[in-house]
Write a protein that binds this ligand. Structure first.
Ligand code: C2E
Ligand code: CA
Ligand code: CA
Length: 713
């Protein structure tokens, strides 16, 4: 007698008092706790109250018979074993017993010794069944959580057993799924069916597999499944069964797609990005190369994009790029490529390569002329005005292009060549233009590169020198100021003028340190002149546009002035008109700050940059330097100096001082004088000269110093 027998509770239901009593006695003797009921209705009540572990139920009872009682017990949710006690040993009543939910039956007369064994057996089977149910339920739950379904297949009979989760992953249940492997194939995404069939063939032949394929649910949803299957063999080694799992990996696949989107596409425009473009280009070249074809790589630049960004703000600039991306992408979305781009087999033809650069790839180009005219069309189509709210923005595009295989055999090489062509346009400040790569560009690029290195060395080894050009009041012949102009004493090439290296220094970010050097040098020269007791005149120093970009410009200037003990009122900063116009927002603030420190500001090359009165006021300008080109037109004689006259009148009305640049002849000087601009700078009076010579000029005036006698006087 085991402990569990003691706690096991039975219910004996029989209308025959003797039978019932004997059954109870036999079972109690075997260690069970026994409740009894003498009809069906009582049995239901006792069941509710005592919750027995097993029920012995007589079939023949008045009122509710055993079958009906059994049925009602099951309907109430009773899952315990129910053993029917029956005197009718015909098959019909046995079947009725099972149909009504009985677990087993014992026919009367009952062998009381055997009864206890039958009861124990039924109890054990019921526990085992319970456990099985529980573990199956666990398995199903686990499958649901992992979104893994399991299946079994007998290839010979094509019998398939599929778990509930498996069917659910297809949006079906076991019945709606249908039998056999054909039912699966029907649900596989058509393009993936062949690979599923092949895998099944292989596993039948004894090979395990792991496979990803798409499935189509009844609602049309497509998901991605990962399936693994292993063959099971009989003793003779024949594959008799295949066991498999199927997992829904749609989320992972989606995540991968999103990652790919991030890695291969530009966020803002949705166009393929540089990495994608380069890979696709490379594989197209491999293919085209083998066909001996010609193709072109085109780099499209949005002219003056930086300025759009700065004046209208980034949101507007982003909108412009989006509009352009749509326009440029039209007709160039994708093209089929045998080699295949990353993941997809569609190679992009239009891509966004960097902030304001788009890339285009033209295949099978029918000669350069055809390509160039196609590009002209593309640019023209894309450069119609862009509407930004109320505002209509006109923009232009430029393109650099390179041909395969002449200008490069790799994607990288072609992109570089097209970039060089674009760089040549940029240096020429050309807009709305197309430039094809030439070999000369490589030569130039190499020269620039070596000059770049030489410039860095020059700064370290102090190869620079400042020359000063006097500013003269032509009425009196007096030197009223000077402009500091940089020179490079190149160890091999000799003296190099600033036009040859300032643009490069700007481009490579060397203008910052170079500008600092110039200001410091000028301040130190002024200090030396001061200490020599020479008369103090304001010295002008040129400031390049790219120096404004540096956040610490104001701090650096203040430090240099402090360290050299220079009076800020004696330093004039010359900024070209075009530099002022380039970056209006930040420049205005910066210049006002410098002005507040006591420095004065001159607009260089005035008249060439289309600045307006409003700008001049905003920038707190002290002096305008009339550009040499207008001065040259003042040769007297036929041309009326209308522009110079207008500039002088405007400066007068704004209270801004004037200097005429590049005065070479007495005739020019006379006209300027007559119009009311007596301060001049030019070869007529003096060329730029070394500091020592300028000191001598400060001491004793210009050699040739003479006042110009006004023509009219
Ligand atoms: P800029 O500021 O307009 O300087 C005047 C230029 O005209 C100087 O050329 C000067 O030598 C030249 N010049 C003066 N008088 C005459 C004349 O009567 N006839 C002619 N044809 N030319 C005359 P330079 O020294 O070659 O400088 C060229 C440009 O390089 C300057 O133009 C200025 O923009 C830039 N530059 C010079 N030094 C510096 C510097 O230290 N920093 C920066 N950022 N730029 C500088
Ligand atoms: Ca200047
Ligand atoms: Ca100038």
């Amino acid at each position: 007698m085991t402990r569990s027998d003691k706690t096991t509770r039975l219910l004996v239901v029989d209308d025959d008092d003797v039978n019932r009593m004997l059954a109870c006695a036999a079972l109690e003797e075997a260690g069970f706790a026994v409740d009894e009921a003498n009809d069906g209705v009582a049995a239901l009540a006792v069941y509710q109250e005592r919750r027995p572990d097993l029920i012995l139920l007589d079939v023949m009872m008045p009122g509710l018979d055993g079958f009906e009682t059994c049925r009602r017990l099951r309907a109430q949710g009773a899952r315990v074993p129910i053993i029917m006690l029956t005197g009718l040993e015909d098959t019909a009543s046995i079947e009725t017993a099972y149909d009504s939910g009985a677990t087993d039956f014992i026919s009367k007369p009952i062998n009381w010794t055997l009864l206890r064994h039958r009861v124990r057996y039924a109890l054990r089977a019921s526990v085992a069944l319970d456990e099985l149910v529980r573990s199956e339920r666990n398995l199903t739950a686990a499958q649901q959580i992992a979104r893994i379904g399991s299946w079994e297949w007998e290839p010979d009979s094509d019998l398939c057993r599929r778990s509930a989760t498996y069917c659910a992953l297809f949006g079906e249940d076991a019945e709606s799924f249908g039998p056999g492997m054909a039912a699966l194939i029907d649900r596989v995404y058509p393009a993936d069916r062949d690979k599923v069939r092949e895998a099944l063939e292989a596993v039948r032949g004894g090979q395990r597999y792991r496979l990803e394929y798409r499935i189509v649910r009844p609602d049309g949803m497509v998901s991605t499944a990962q399936e693994m299957a292993v063959p099971l063999r009989d003793a003779a080694g024949r594959v008799v069964r295949v066991q498999g799992t199927l997992q829904d990996v749609s989320e992972r696949v989606d995540a991968e797609r999103r990652i790919r989107q991030l890695a291969y596409f530009d966020d803002l425009t949705g166009l393929p990005n540089r990495a994608h473009f380069r890979e696709a280009l490379q594989s197209a070249l491999l293919r085209d190369g083998s066909r001996g074809g010609h193709c072109a790589v085109v780099l499209i630049n949005v002219d003056r994009f930086k300025r759009i960004n700065e004046t209208l703000g980034q949101d507007a600039a982003d909108q412009v790029l989006q509009v352009l991306a749509v326009r440029l992408g039209q007709g160039y979305g994708s093209v089929r490529s045998d080699a295949g781009g990353p993941q997809s087999s569609d190679a992009p033809r239009m891509a966004r390569l960097s902030a304001d650069h788009f890339g285009l790839f033209l295949e099978g180009a029918n000669g350069r002329d055809a390509v160039e005219s196609e590009i002209h069309d593309v640019l023209r189509r894309a450069s119609s005005p862009v509407q930004l709210g109320e505002q209509s923005l006109t923009l232009t595009l430029s393109a650099g292009l390179a041909f395969f295989p002449e200008h490069g055999e790799s994607a990288e090489g072609l992109l570089k060549a097209a970039e060089m062509a674009l760089g040549a346009l940029r240096r020429r400040e050309a807009h709305d233009a197309i430039q094809c790569y030439t070999e000369q560009m490589k030569v130039d690029a190499f020269a620039r590169l070596s000059m770049e290195n030489a410039l860095r060395v020059a700064l370290q080894e102090n190869q620079f020198e400042l020359h000063y050009q006097p500013k003269v009041n032509a009425d009196s012949g007096e030197v009223v100021g000077g402009e500091a102009l940089i020179r490079w004493n190149h160890p091999i090439d000799g003296r190099v003028g600033p036009d040859a290296f300032i643009p490069l220094a700007e481009e490579i970010g060397l203008i910052g340190p170079l500008g600092q050097w110039v200001l410091r040098r000028a301040c130190e020269d002024m200090k030396a002149w001061r200490q020599a007791g020479l008369p103090a005149v304001p010295i002008a120093v040129n400031l390049s546009a790219s120096q404004f970009g540096r956040q610490d410009l104001v701090g650096q200037i203040r430090e240099i002035l402090d360290q050299t003990g220079t009076d800020p009122a004696l330093i004039e900063l010359e900024v070209t008109e075009s530099a002022l116009m380039r970056d209006t927002r930040s420049t205005a603030g910066l210049l006002r700050e410098l002005h507040g420190m006591g420095l004065s500001l001159a607009v260089d090359d005035f008249g060439t940059g289309y600045s307006s009165l409003a700008y001049l006021k905003r920038f707190a300008v002290d002096t305008l330097k009339i550009d040499r080109s207008f001065v040259q037109d003042c040769d007297g004689g036929q041309d009326d100096p209308a522009i110079v006259r207008a500039i002088i009148a405007m400066a007068g009305s704004l209270g801004i001082a004037l200097v005429a640049e590049g005065v070479e002849t007495v005739a020019q000087a006379r006209v300027l004088q007559a119009e009311g601009c007596p301060v001049m700078q030019g070869y007529l009076f003096a060329r730029p000269m070394p500091a020592g010579q300028f000191a001598a000029v400060l001491k004793s005036g210009l050699d040739k110093a003479r006042s110009i006698k006004p023509a009219a006087a």
